[in-house]
Design a protein around this ligand. Structure first.
Ligand code: ADP
Ligand code: MG
Length: 665
């Protein structure tokens, strides 16, 4: 067996399991080894019953003091019993549908019970705990068990078993880091790191292994960036797009004045497009800073100069939203401009019609999702390509475009503000415009950080806002099967919330496992105010613009990165009405509270990003999600800023660039 062997051929893997691995994109043993755990189940020292607080996931050592009792509630069989800890305090533990426990659990037996604490006051109990003999638990304390991103039917145990088999058979992965680089930065070998990330045992091993793999990830990425930069430097401008009077006139007619930042950015874009070299610019704009209109003005100018333009969005919902707002603008302002939409849910014949128009230059601007625009479309005079909300695509896009004739101008728009020092490293191949200013007419969002006891007030507040004609978002963490965590998931949450609100208020939910059509349908119904409250995972994070939405309530806020929370919050405060952000903190940790306080006191994305950078030291990243746009497999540009800096230094020093290294982006 080697890294190229198929998972299918591993011992104990049948066609059914193999198909499940396939669903996760894992085909070879090498893929499997590089499928790193998403997080870890960490076994902490047991605490006393008094220390275990509601909502904690805790381990309590105790002796059973009552005979187990079984109660039937509808179809559920609930087993419960009392345990007593070393201090003499009692706690109730319960299991659902495990009646056989009555036969094995008896008064006088000692176990460590590990589970979520639920309920209130005297009603407090540990639900569905795992249980271990004292010796079993002793051997687990301090260890970290891998938890993988899963798909239905596959468990973390199945994945870790397969990984262990591969490691035991001595499968090796190519090490992209030269020994000189490893020695210079004190990094372990790839093989050791891979074993360490899957089965760290203790935290020290995990940190070392992770550091090494994060370094590799950044290093390969930055080599790709450098390679791109070298290629771009020599590209001459074949599409001279000069400023036009019509653009200036349109700006004067807009219902609002452009901000200084919008003005400056547009001027930088115009200077690029008339200059000697082709444009490669990143616009880093805080949420709501008004990037879309800047993009439109650049596309309009290109069209006036006789060139076609493309605007790519990461999702169909966003593409359609841009299309509609562009069409509205063209109509209101009476512009001579033809615009087409291209998305995956269109029929083949609809798509064909658009292809014909692009090829014969009957259309000026095409808006669509990335894949579609890249694959089948031919243009007569493509001069400008804009990518919204996802710089990675922009980078890759240039590669694809190179093969389609002359290289057009490329403008990439990102809503993830990052500190300048990081931006220079990460976007080394791009010129950067910063839009750090919100339109003056906006009311700043009002924020609060609350605990779960505040929920009823929050619901009442949402109800009041809806009754005043507004709309609300409630955000829950991802829907994903995970063994050790039981985050509120959107489906049950929206059911519960529906019960809390009057029947006249329509609640719907949105998550990543719905089909694209389904997602679009719901988003459009929300945009049309047919749905008033949308319970969603972070799939709504990118760019959605529903100015009538004024409340965003974020559950388990401590589980998100600050940058991402700021993005989510940016879904409100986009219109004339006062908006509100309710951050629900379910953790009792001081650090979580401190982090969320930053958001509570600032609406400035660049400030938040730099604070995030200061606060998040190693060890803080467990379970905290990174902004989707800057997500590396393991690396986190905030937490790992120091590794990023080192990797950048190493990449610069790498004299003979290994062109075979895949650009991991
Ligand atoms: P983002 O930068 O997050 O993509 P958008 O481009 O979607 O933001 O703009 C958010 C909202 O602000 C839109 O409804 C847009 O019409 C409006 N807008 C853009 N520029 C201005 C401005 N200078 N003054 C007032 N409103 C503006
Ligand atoms: Mg946007």
């Amino acid at each position: 067996m080697d890294s190229g062997s198929l998972i299918m051929d591993m011992k104990g893997i049948g066609p059914k399991t193999n198909a499940l691995f396939g669903k996760l994109g894992l085909r070879t043993v090498g893929d499997l080894l590089e499928y790193y755990p998403r997080e870890y189940d960490r076994f902490q020292e047991p605490v006393s019953a008094a220390q275990a607080r509601v909502m904690d996931f805790a381990a309590v050592k105790g002796m059973i003091v009552t005979n187990p009792s079984v109660k039937k509630v509808k179809t559920l069989q609930i087993v419960s019993m009392q345990i007593r800890d070393d201090n003499g305090d009692q706690m109730k533990v319960t299991w659902f549908n495990m009646p056989f426990l009555c036969k094995t659990m008896h008064p006088g037996m000692h176990y460590v019970f590990r589970g979520r604490i639920k309920g209130y006051g005297a009603d407090r109990q540990m639900e569905q705990p795992q249980y271990f003999t004292l010796a079993q638990y002793e051997s687990l304390v301090g260890s970290m068990q891998p938890i993988y991103g899963l798909t239905k039917g596959l468990t973390s145990k199945m994945i870790s078993k397969a990984v262990r088999q591969a490691l035991e058979q001595g499968v090796r992965l190519r090490d992209p880091l030269d020994v000189s680089v490893r020695e210079a930065y004190g990094l372990m070998e790839k093989q050791e790191a891979v074993a360490g990330i899957h089965f760290p045992g203790k935290q020290e091993m995990f940190l070392e292994a992770r550091k090494r793999l994060v370094f590799e990830e950044f290093y390969c990425f930055l080599l790709g960036v450098r390679q791109m930069k070298a290629q771009m430097a020599s590209q001459e401008n074949h599409f001279v797009i000069t400023p036009k009077r019509e653009v200036e006139e349109l700006i004067q007619r807009l219902p609002y004045a452009l901000t200084k930042a919008q003005r400056r950015t547009l001027q930088e874009i115009q200077a690029d497009m008339t200059g000697p070299g082709v444009m490669n610019r990143l616009v880093q704009g805080d949420v709501g800073s008004g990037k879309t209109i800047v993009a439109f003005l650049a596309l309009y100018q290109a069209a006036l100069c006789g060139y076609q333009g493309v605007m790519m969005a990461p999702t169909e919902v966003l593409a359609r939203q841009h299309y509609q707002s562009f069409c509205r603008l063209v109509e209101e302002q009476g512009l001579m401009l033809t615009i087409e939409l291209l998305t995956g849910s269109m029929t083949a014949s609809q798509k064909r019609k658009v292809y014909e128009k692009t090829a014969s230059h009957q259309v000026d601007i095409v808006i669509g999702t990335h894949a579609l625009i890249q694959e089948n479309v031919h243009y007569q005079d493509l001069g400008l390509v804009i990518t919204d909300e996802q710089h990675r695509f922009g980078v890759r896009q240039r590669e694809a475009l190179k093969n389609k004739g002359q290289l057009p101008h490329v403008l990439v728009m990102s809503a993830t503000p990052i500190p300048r020092t990081l931006a220079i490293i990460l976007y080394g191949d791009l010129d950067i415009s910063v839009m750090d200013e919100l339109p003056a007419s906006r009311l700043p969002i009002k924020n609060c950080v609350v605990d779960i006891n505040y929920r009823p007030n929050a619901y009442a507040f949402i109800q009041k806002q809806v009754e005043a004609g507004r709309q609300a978002y409630v955000i829950c963490p991802m829907v994903e099967e995970s063994e050790a965590m039981d985050a509120e998931d959107v489906v049950t949450y929206s059911r519960k919330l529906t019960g809390e609100l009057p029947p006249s208020i329509r609640v719907a939910y949105l998550h990543g496992k719905l089909s694209n059509q389904e997602k679009d349908r719901i988003m459009e119904a929300f945009a049309a105010n047919e749905i008033q409250v949308l319970v969603s995972t972070t799939v709504i994070e990118v760019g959605i613009d529903v100015p009538n939405a004024t409340v965003i309530m974020i559950e388990n806020a401590e589980r998100f990165g600050l940058a991402q929370l700021h993005q989510l919050r940016g879904r409100v405060g986009r219109g004339a009405h006062q908006s509100y952000c309710i951050l629900v903190n379910t953790s009792s940790s001081r650090e979580s509270q401190k982090r969320l306080e930053i958001l509570n006191h600032s609406n400035d994305g660049f400030f938040i990003a730099s604070e995030d950078l200061k606060l998040r030291g190693p060890g803080e990243f467990f379970g905290v999600r990174q902004s989707g746009e800057l997500a590396f497999k393991l690396g986190d540009v905030y937490t790992d800023a120091e590794i990023l800096r080192e990797a950048s230094e190493a990449a610069k020093k790498t004299e003979a660039v290994d062109w075979a290294i895949p650009v991991s982006m």
